[in-house]
Ligand binder design. Structure first.
Ligand code: ADP
Ligand code: MG
Length: 307
C-alpha cells in the first residue's frame, strides 16, 4: 500500500509519501510524520511566541532556559556546524535577519553603524548549550537564535522515526526542498535546480536511503532599490551572500544535510566543497555562475553526477 499527502507546515509545503503493508498503517504513518513536523514547529519556530526557542530568545542574558532535549540537541548540532564551517553557518543570525527586514515590516540596506552593532550580537560562541540538562542560555542582551537553516532537516529525521514507529516500511518526505528517502520501495530522482531559473534542472541524482538538502540564494529574497538580496546571510560580513549560488548536499541524516547546505552556500565553491569533503558520509555539489550566463556544477569527489 502506498499513499501521499501534501500540507502546508513550517512555512513551507510538505509532502509525505508512505509505504506500509495495509491501509491502516499507511494512513497512520502519514499522520505521524505531520504530527512530528508540528511538534518541531511548536518547539523551534521563531514565528510563534509560544515556542521553546522564542522563550530562549526572550530570556535575560546569562539565564539558563529549559528548552528540552530536542531543542538542546539541535542547538548543539547547529553549534557544531558553525564550528565545521568556521562560523559561516551561525544559529545566532536572527538579529541580522531582522536588521535587513526579512521579518518585516521594512526592508533596507543597513548603515555600517547598525550593521556593526548587530554583528556584535551574532556569534555561536555567545550561545551556550547544556545538552545533558536540556537547557541553553544567551550571553548578550539582544541576541536571538534562528534554527531556520537546520530545523526542517531535523523535522524530517523525526518524521521518518515516527513513520517507522507507526508501521511504515518506506517513505519519501519532502519539506521545502529538503528530502528524506527510506525503505526499499521508493526510488526517487532529486533535481538540482538552476539557481536563476527555478524550473530548470541542471541535473538529477538518484536518492536511496538518505537525505538531500538544497539551499540557494534564489529561494527567497528581498528587493531593495531594484537589487535582489537573498535570505542567506554571511555572519562574517553581515551581508547577504553574493551571486546566484546553490548547494545540494546528500547525507545519511536530513538535519546535517540541511545545515551543511546552508553553510556551503555561505562558504562558496572552494571552502564549501572542502568542508563537504571533510564531513564523513557526506557528498554534495555546488552550482556556481560561470560568468557567461550559465552554471558550472562543482561536485565533491564521491558525488555521482549523471551525464
Ligand atoms: P530554506 O529555509 O529556504 O530551506 P536554508 O536551509 O538555507 O533555506 O535556511 C535559510 C534560513 O536560515 C534563512 O531564512 C535564515 O532564517 C537562516 N539563515 C540565514 N543565514 C544563515 C547562516 N549564515 N547561518 C545559519 N542560518 C542562516
Ligand atoms: Mg539549510
Amino acid at each position: 500500500m502506498e499513499t501521499a499527502q501534501v500540507r502546508y507546515v513550517m512555512g513551507t509545503t510538505a509532502t509525505v509519501r508512505a509505504w506500509a503493508p495495509d491501509s491502516t498503517r499507511v494512513g497512520a504513518a502519514v499522520e505521524a510524520a505531520f504530527a512530528a513536523f508540528a511538534r518541531v514547529d511548536q518547539q523551534m519556530s521563531t514565528w510563534r511566541d509560544d515556542s521553546n526557542l522564542s522563550e530562549l530568545n526572550r530570556s535575560e542574558p546569562g539565564q539558563w532556559v529549559a528548552v528540552g532535549p530536542d531543542v538542546s540537541r539541535v542547538l548543539a548540532a547547529a553549534k557544531e556546524v558553525a564550528r565545521l564551517s568556521d562560523g559561516a553557518f551561525d544559529p545566532t543570525i536572527l538579529p541580522l535577519v531582522r536588521l535587513w527586514g526579512f521579518r518585516g515590516p521594512e526592508v533596507a540596506v543597513p548603515d555600517s553603524g547598525s550593521l556593526a552593532t548587530v554583528l556584535s550580537l551574532v556569534g555561536h560562541d555567545l550561545l551556550e548549550v547544556d545538552e545533558p540538562e536540556g537547557r541553553a542560555r544567551l550571553r548578550a542582551a539582544g541576541m536571538e537564535v534562528d534554527l531556520g537553516g537546520i530545523a526542517k532537516g531535523w523535522a524530517l529525521d523525526r518524521g521518518k522515526e515516527a513513520m517507522q514507529a507507526a508501521g511504515a516500511t518506506g517513505g519519501v518526505l519532502d519539506l521545502g526542498g529538503n528530502i528524506l528517502v527510506f525503505g526499499p520501495e521508493p526510488s526517487r530522482q532529486v533535481g538540482i535546480v538552476n539557481p536563476t531559473l527555478e524550473n530548470e534542472l541542471l541535473a538529477t541524482v538518484p536518492v536511496v536511503e538518505s537525505a538531500v538538502a538544497t539551499s540557494g540564494q534564489y529561494e527567497r529574497f528581498l528587493t531593495i532599490g531594484g537589487r535582489q538580496y537573498g535570505h542567506i546571510l554571511d555572519p562574517r560580513t553581515g551581508w547577504p551572500v553574493e551571486g546566484k549560488v546553490s548547494a545540494t548536499v546528500i547525507a545519511p541524516g536530513a538535519m546535517i544535510a540541511d545545515a551543511l547546505a546552508t553553510a556551503a552556500v555561505v562558504l562558496g565553491p572552494d571552502r564549501g566543497l572542502k568542508m563537504l569533503e571533510e564531513a564523513p558520509d557526506v557528498e554534495g555539489v555546488l552550482a556556481v555562475a560561470d560568468g557567461r550566463g550559465g552554471f558550472v556544477l562543482m561536485p565533491t569527489s564521491g558525488f555521482l553526477l549523471p551525464r
